[in-house]
Design a protein around this ligand. Structure first.
Ligand code: AMP
Ligand code: MG
Length: 211
């Protein structure tokens, strides 16, 4: 069911998320399949619906930096990049705090976190007041969706709703940078923010270890 992002529909989607349902959401990168990141039940539904291997960890999305600080350990490099480039298509990997269930991170001690820019998605995170795990809203291995109708075609029957926010601005997954060691920043995935652009805010050169 595709829903326009009215405040009534956003409230309805927030209630669904808080009962562990999954909602497809517009982001500035691609459409995401959002579920409560603090709920193991919601997280396992994400893996099941996407047929995603449990070994492929999920990125979590927060409303602002203050909220994000509840879920990972901050260091100076993280603080600088967060201040300069969030909200936006940049995912930062740091050391996770215990409140995040292990299923989200595939058992790793790290967590990948992002503050999205899309106003519809941000509003939803604010309403639920919990971080949302949101990998791309497609079956594993398929092209990432950039319009609500793409999501409807592949996952329509398996999720509770699709919030329509129009076409995604970038149409490309977020850049991922590992900053768990501030003196050794590592680029894990290329994306809308380039290495040079990110290095402007760091004291150390970025090493690239992309998949
Ligand atoms: P996506 O498929 O766009 O949801 O991005 C998921 C990717 O983010 C994973 O394949 C990893 O490369 C990265 N990632 C997610 N969570 C973590 C984590 N806890 N530690 C390190 N990298 C992660
Ligand atoms: Mg994906």
């Amino acid at each position: 069911m595709i829903l326009s992002p009215t405040s009534e529909n956003l409230t309805k989607c927030a209630e669904l998320i808080l009962s562990d349902a999954l909602i497809a959401v517009p982001t500035e990168t691609v459409y995401g399949l959002a579920g409560n990141a603090l709920s193991e039940k919601a997280a396992s539904k994400i893996f099941e619906v996407k047929q995603r291997p449990m070994t492929d960890p999920l990125i979590i999305h927060c409303h602002d930096f203050e909220q994000a600080c509840n879920y990972f350990e901050i260091n100076q490099a993280i603080e600088r990049l967060a201040t300069a480039l969030w909200p936006g298509p940049l995912t930062i990997v740091g050391i996770k705090k215990d409140i995040i269930p292990n299923i989200i991170t595939s058992g790793q001690e790290t967590i990948a976190l992002r503050i999205p820019e899309n106003p519809v998605f941000r509003k939803l995170i604010q309403l639920v007041n919990t971080p949302l795990a949101a990998p791309s809203a497609n079956p594993f291995g398929y092209i990432s969706p950039t319009e609500a109708i793409h999501v409807e075609r592949t996952l329509g029957g398996k999720i509770s709703a699709i919030l329509d926010g129009g076409r995604c601005h970038h149409g490309l997954e977020s850049t991922i940078i590992d900053l768990r060691d501030p003196e050794n920043p590592i680029l894990l995935r290329h994306g809308p923010y380039g290495k040079k652009q990110i290095e402007l805010f760091l004291d150390h050169t970025i090493r690239t270890v992309c998949k």
